[in-house]
Design a protein around this ligand. Structure first.
Ligand code: SF4
Ligand code: SF4
Length: 305
């Protein structure tokens, strides 16, 4: 039998994760400092940042935690139906929290396996990107997204706190951005990327699309262009992502509803169709949100004329 690190890495690979590393469950002082700076600079968004503060100390909600296991899921492998691309963020289309997605069981398999190793386990509750950097499984680019050399930023980070010491055995990855590149900052439609590594959550379309108070201000609404839910602009213009969406696997659960994911279909969708076909893909948002989708689809259609 191998070391605990080897057993956990085997487990992660078996569940479908492509990278796995470890970092002590020690506080993330830099993350807490970054939150303080953003709150001071953007007091109007303070509530959003305050909600993230508890993650800075992994032991605050799990005093027994000794190590954070950090894994990478690559989702650029899926062949997305063209009807859905360009107005719904890719990350949301292949969300592994959606039961129909083939990756749905990965996190549960990991938890089961960690428990079978006799470990106490708690999922999440840490700053994922900071943990990934500290564990050596990803680096953060100027867009604020986490990148791996193989998959670009088309990744999700999954974390688990465990009650055993596992040494951090991977070197940290350097910031992958070429000198002088600022393609993401220049392309951001709403000016959410205001500085290197600094994104204003309250201006990001990913937040404005469904979590922000409704209605969105006229200024931001007019800048959201074709995006209805999520936004891929800063990732699509990033040279580190060129050629990283590999499309090696089909996405049958999306193909089945692809005709309903067009802007035209969304702009006239009935509540019955929304509940039957669309909401199951985005089950974590309210069922009564159809008006928001329809209105956004109308605005998106108008932006293309
Ligand atoms: S997701 Fe879109 S709105 Fe948000 S930071 Fe990136 S480009 Fe800007
Ligand atoms: S677009 Fe350029 S600056 Fe932005 S994350 Fe990609 S490589 Fe870095």
């Amino acid at each position: 039998m191998g070391s605990l690190a080897e057993q956990i890495r085997d487990l992660a690979a078996g569940a479908g994760y492509t990278r796995c590393g470890f970092t002590p469950a020690a506080p993330f002082a830099d993350y807490a400092t970054a939150l303080d700076r953003r709150i001071a600079r953007f007091p109007e968004a303070a509530r959003l940042y305050e909600n993230m503060r508890s993650r800075a100390d992994p032991r605050r909600t799990a005093p027994w935690a000794r190590t954070i296991v950090v894994c990478i899921r690559e989702y650029g492998k899926y062949r997305l139906p063209p009807q859905a691309v360009g107005h719904i963020g890719r990350n949301y289309l292949v969300d592994c929290r959606t039961p129909a997605c083939p990756d749905y069981g990965m996190a549960r398999e990991m938890i089961r396996g960690l428990r079978a190793l006799g470990l106490r386990v708690k999922k999440g509750g840490v700053p994922d990107r900071s943990a990934a950097v500290r564990a050596g499984v990803a680096a953060v680019g100027r867009s604020g997204f986490a990148f791996t050399p193989d998959a670009g930023s088309w990744i999700n980070i999954a974390t688990w706190r465990i009650d055993a010491e596992v040494p951090c055995d991977l070197p940290r990855l350097d910031c992958p951005c070429p000198v002088g590149c600022r393609a993401c900052l220049d392309a951001c439609p709403t000016g959410a990327l205001i500085d290197d590594f600094t994104m204003r959550m309250d201006r990001c379309i990913a937040y404005l699309g469904y979590a922000a108070p409704w209605p969105v201000s006229d200024e931001l609404w007019s800048q959201m262009g074709p995006w209805v839910y999520g936004c891929d602009v800063c990732q699509e213009v990033c040279p580190l992502n060129f050629g990283r969406w590999t499309e090696t696997e089909p996405a049958p659960w999306l193909e089945a509803v692809a005709p309903l994911l067009t802007l035209d279909a969304l702009s006239t969708m009935t509540q019955e169709t929304y509940e039957r076909a669309i909401h199951p893909l985005f089950w974590y948002i309210p069922k009564n949100d159809l008006a928001r989708w329809r209105t956004a689809a109308h605005r998106a259609l108008a932006s293309r004329r």
